[in-house]
Write a protein that binds this ligand. Structure first.
Ligand SMILES: Nc1ncnc2c1ncn2[C@@H]1O[C@H](COP(=O)(O)OP(=O)(O)OP(=O)(O)O)[C@@H](O)[C@H]1O
Ligand SMILES: [Mg+2]
Length: 356
């Protein structure tokens, strides 16, 4: 992903967003450049998360990072590692959910020669590869209980043994864990060790989903646009049409920043220039296909023998859905309208009519 952070060949017009800085944060809002990409945003939550990471970087305390998929957990770990005294040592990222249970132990701790069939030579594990640096345990909630005990030993005693090797190896790594699950619920269900949970969770940094920090959408869009234009050598593409930007801001981004990034890459590829237009956006963002999935059937209520006031019941249902949509979007009518499959103007008119 080397397109990111390359500011050398910037399309001037994209950069030239001559608006005054908002609350002291420049419009482009590149907050931090890390070894794995640039962190962009201007919301208080993302600024706060970064500040926490930088504050705890000096120590070796364990950090737990939570957030939905695509919210930037890996970038956050890179920011922490880069700001720490371990920056020149390796940052090793391991996705605990992606490795079959039978292989995790030898992948993590390494193995001795002859430890199992096919182990022709001794092999170092991730822990050894991260020595002196940072080990990032992504999807930590997926670790089987048998491995959780062994990780706890590394955290408490700073030691481990490779598979088939009775020697005790010393380990100096900072462990950062991430999860998009509710670990406490896992603890309650007996699937995650409580002692390990508290060991990992000395400092907790939560990265909220993009729908809870819509003010980050525009700087992210401009940043991705600029980097994909550089990367794909689209010098003819100089910006984004207001209607397209509005649609991007109104969408609720269930896949978070990763999907936003993909949407911009796609738009840069499809666009005829000079601006990214509404038509260049993915159908989901344009609001198409949203209603093709029928909503779950409402609870089937028997029709009372005395009959019902059908129109009244429908009104009640309508009002309830509108209220929920507005609550969920914190009163943002654009996004509420999208959630309801309505035009903004239709929603505004309904609100007026209903006096909501
Ligand atoms: N604040 C941000 N600024 C710029 N790019 C970002 C930001 N947050 C995330 N990204 C980009 O979005 C993509 C997803 O980020 P990342 O891999 O860090 O998410 P994640 O939380 O680890 O997701 P998952 O849970 O799916 O592993 C990456 O390409 C990353 O560079
Ligand atoms: Mg990740």
């Amino acid at each position: 992903m080397q397109h990111r952070g390359s500011t050398a060949e910037v399309t001037d017009a994209l950069l030239a967003e001559k608006r005054p800085a908002v609350g002291g944060v420049p419009a482009l809002a590149a907050l931090k450049s890390t070894s794995r990409g640039t962190i962009v945003g201007r919301s208080p939550t993302i600024c706060g998360a970064l500040a926490t990471l930088e504050r705890v970087a000096r120590s070796t305390c364990n950090v737990l990072i939570t957030g939905e998929s695509g919210t930037g957990k890996e970038l956050a770990v890179a920011a922490l590692h880069d700001a720490s005294p371990r920056a020149k040592k390796p940052l090793v990222a391991v996705n605990c959910g992606a490795i079959p249970e039978s292989l995790i132990e030898s992948e993590l701790f390494g193995h001795a020669r002859g430890a199992f069939t096919g182990a022709h030579a001794a092999r170092a594990g991730w822990l050894a590869k991260a020595e002196g640096g940072t080990l990032f345990l992504d999807e930590v909630g997926e670790l089987p209980l048998s491995m959780q005990v062994k990780i706890l030993r590394v955290l408490q005693q700073k030691e481990y043994s490779p598979v088939g090797d009775s020697h005790v190896h010393r380990s100096d790594v900072r462990i950062v864990a991430a999860t998009n699950r509710d670990l406490l619920a896992q603890v309650a269900a007996g699937r995650f060790r409580e002692d390990l949970y508290y060991r990992l969770n000395v400092v907790h940094v939560h990265l909220p989903p993009l729908r809870e920090r819509p003010e980050d959408i525009e700087p992210l869009v401009r940043f991705f646009l600029r980097s994909f234009c550089d990367h794909l050598e689209r010098r003819d593409l100089v910006g984004i049409a207001p209607e397209a930007l509005e649609a991007l801001k109104a969408y609720d981004w269930p896949g978070n920043i990763r999907t936003l990034e993909n949407a911009i890459e796609r738009a840069v590829l499809l666009s005829d220039g000079p601006l990214v237009e509404f038509e260049d956006l993915p159908p989901t963002v344009r609001g198409e296909g949203r209603l093709s999935q029928p909503p779950p059937p409402p609870v089937e209520r028997p029709l009372p023998d005395t009959g019902i006031d059908l129109r009244g019941a429908i009104q009640e249902y309508e009002n309830n859905m509108i209220r929920q949509a507005l609550d969920r979007t914190k009163g943002n009518r654009n996004r509420a309208a999208q959630l309801l499959g309505l035009n903004r103007t239709t929603l505004v008119e309904m609100l007026k009519r209903k006096g909501l």
